[in-house]
Write a protein that binds this ligand. Structure first.
Ligand code: CUA
Length: 324
């Protein structure tokens, strides 16, 4: 009950900001009030019967109602009526959410242990852990996984839908308010399942167009310390897993880092994107995200010759932070 007094609930389902999330919340309300009705009627009859028909001195055996046809029919029909009231709107919402409207913008999200690859096939944009969409127009999100089962869930915008190996699923919604909405993987997917977060940034159309333009532009060439970081990126093995457009780094195992400096979080929602946090991540990724393959398989963490010094980390953080 005290949780209900909170005011900052980024993962709440009960204040939806999209058409689909609103429909789902509508079902939730309907079923909640139907359950309240049943509870009050059943408990009311129970309490009434307990008091009205309690045993008194001299009572004999009360009248027996076993096999009473009218009662039997009544308490079979009443639950059927309640289920019909619940099931018809539920079907309507299921069918409505199954197919995206024509002309919906398509975004492809590929889940990885434990981050989200985000592609805009029509726009030539590739990013990670941050989905930008314009307010007021429908967006359909194609859902796939590169490894195990994950689940895409943005409580205030979308329902929850699994990403299953070998299958292509989809979910759609029309955002109705601008803002940043938190998403969370909702299917146990390994050691850092709880650390697999993301954001959906809903923007005015013009703002979204500007973001797309910026994503398609190469970042400014690195200067000074950042230039040192750029050459470390190529010599320390980072390029094997990460892509930075305009360089020879074309790895596709980890997130595309072309504009990583412009994202608001690092490590799939684990840290704010600041130079200090980037350095903390580079120093020991497994301290932030246990089990991640950057530490497990990354040469700079397993091969002493490629190990990062504090100076290397500062230069890399300067380089990556400048990729906007
Ligand atoms: Cu991905 Cu849990």
């Amino acid at each position: 009950m005290l949780a209900a007094c909170g005011t900052d609930e980024p993962l709440t389902t009960i204040s939806p900001r999209s058409d689909v999330a609103g429909d789902i919340q509508g079902l939730y309300s309907l079923i909640f009030w139907a359950a309240v009705f049943v509870f009050v009627v059943v408990e009311g009859l129970l309490v009434y019967a307990v008091i009205r028909y309690r045993r008194r001195p001299g009572d004999g055996i009360p009248p027996q109602s076993h096999g009473h046809r009218l009662l039997e029919i009544g308490w079979t029909l009443a639950p059927i009526a309640i289920l019909v009231v619940v099931v018809i709107p539920t079907w309507q919402v299921i069918f409505k959410t199954a197919d995206a409207p024509d002309g919906a913008m398509r975004v492809e999200v590929m889940a990885h242990q434990w981050w989200w690859e985000v592609r805009y096939p029509g726009l030539g944009v590739v990013t990670a852990n941050e989905v930008h969409v314009p307010v007021g127009s429908p967006v359909t999100v194609q859902l796939e996984t590169a490894d195990v089962i994950h689940s895409f869930w943005v409580p205030r915008l979308s329902g929850k839908r699994d990403m299953v190996p070998g299958r292509v699923n989809a979910i759609w919604f029309t955002p109705e308010a601008t803002g940043t909405f938190l998403g969370q993987c909702a299917e146990l997917c390994g050691e850092s399942h709880a650390n697999m977060k993301f954001q959906v940034v809903v923007q005015e159309q013009a703002e979204f167009d500007a973001w797309v333009e910026a994503q398609r532009r190469a970042p400014d060439p690195p200067q000074g310390l950042a230039a040192t970081g750029a050459s470390l990126f190529l010599s320390k093995g980072c390029l094997a897993c990460h892509t930075i457009e305009g360089t020879v780094a074309l790895g596709v195992i980890g997130p595309n880092l072309t504009h990583v400096g412009g994202r608001s979080t690092l490590g799939a929602g684990m840290m704010n994107n600041t130079p200090d946090e980037m350095a903390r991540w580079l120093r020991d990724p497994s301290a932030v995200k246990p089990g991640n393959i950057m530490t497990r398989d990354g040469a700079m963490y397993t091969n002493a010759a490629l190990a990062l010094t504090e100076d290397d980390i500062a230069a890399l953080a300067a380089y990556l932070g400048g990729l906007r």
